[in-house]
Design a protein around this ligand. Structure first.
Ligand code: ADP
Length: 287
């Protein structure tokens, strides 16, 4: 009898601990949601005064130029550039917190990617020329449409990944390859996902590369491979978190293969239209 009492006490204690843990987890989710909502609202409020600063500093720089007083023009230009950097940071925080707080308005639809190569060339050819890098786009034949994808979010992911490739590459080449991939060809971490077919977008660069131990870390907000004290390249460390978060909401994922000093390949996978999923399924995979 003594024993069964002990067992009962134990089970009561265990149950209490479980309830306590569940409560804590609930609170964590809630406070993370509040944090994201706060950041989203805050960023929105910060943009308005900053826009005035940007417009007015530009005007001052133009007028000061006419009166040929060098200093004023220079200061106004610094204000303008700093303001633009700040705006980029605020926009990133806004995007990330919005999507984390579930406030991002996601427009689902079918996306045809036939025009994508043209669009990317238009956006990145000039950067490639300026840096003396080879830029190529390889697209497999008969790529089906992407399923349930918000075009704006999808393009933002590709633009972020390509901007990084150009930023962290000094010589050589950058390519983007678009393929249709059956689920069984994907790496194990991926095989559990629902879609039968995926469209993959691989952005490959011959840049500085990323050490293995940083591969997971850099997808987290504000994390950069070389640490704050030895920053050589600017940036906020938010771009990749936005990519991963957006990809998840579109039912997909971003993976990374990279070797230090050799280069990096970031790949975005999105479910293809040949996959028979409903919108609800994509939302489920995303959340
Ligand atoms: P940011 O580029 O603004 O610092 P990201 O979130 O886009 O922020 O990237 C996080 C970090 O990952 C970068 O600081 C950099 O260290 C590393 N990184 C991202 N893309 C590349 C790349 N193509 N080549 C080398 N390092 C990269």
């Amino acid at each position: 009898e003594e024993r069964s009492k002990e067992a009962e006490l134990k089970s009561v204690a265990l149950n209490q601990a479980k309830i306590e843990l569940e409560k804590q987890a609930e609170q964590l989710v809630l406070s993370s949601k509040y944090k994201s909502e706060f950041l989203a609202n805050m960023s929105h409020e910060l943009r308005t005064p900053l826009n005035s600063i940007l417009i007015l500093s530009e005007l001052i720089a133009e007028n000061a130029g006419e009166q040929s007083r060098g200093e004023e023009e220079k200061f106004a230009k610094v204000i303008h550039t700093s303001g633009k950097d700040l705006l980029a940071l605020i926009d990133d925080i806004l995007d990330l917190s919005k999507v984390e707080a579930g406030k991002m308005e996601i427009i689902y639809g079918e996306m045809n990617i036939n025009d994508l190569p043209n669009y990317l060339e238009m956006n990145f050819n000039h950067v490639a020329e300026k840096k003396g890098l080879l830029f190529s786009i390889l697209k497999g034949a008969n790529i089906p449409n992407i399923f349930c994808t918000d075009e704006k979010m999808m393009l933002q992911i590709l633009k972020n990944l390509l901007s990084n490739a150009f930023k962290y590459t000094e010589k050589g080449s950058i390519s983007i390859e678009i393929k249709n991939v059956p689920n069984k060809e994907l790496q194990p971490a991926f095989a559990g996902k629902e879609a039968d077919y995926w469209i993959s977008f691989s952005i490959k660069d011959s840049g500085i590369g990323i050490p293995k131990e940083k591969h997971q870390l850099i997808f987290e907000a504000f994390q950069q491979a070389d640490g704050a004290t030895m920053r050589k390249y600017g940036g906020t460390g938010l771009g990749l978190s936005i990519c991963q978060e957006y990809a998840k909401h579109l039912g997909g994922y971003v993976t990374l293969e990279s070797e230090e000093g050799v280069g990096s390949t970031f790949t975005l996978y999105l479910p293809s239209l040949s996959t028979k999923l409903g919108k609800e399924d994509v939302l489920l995979t995303a959340l």
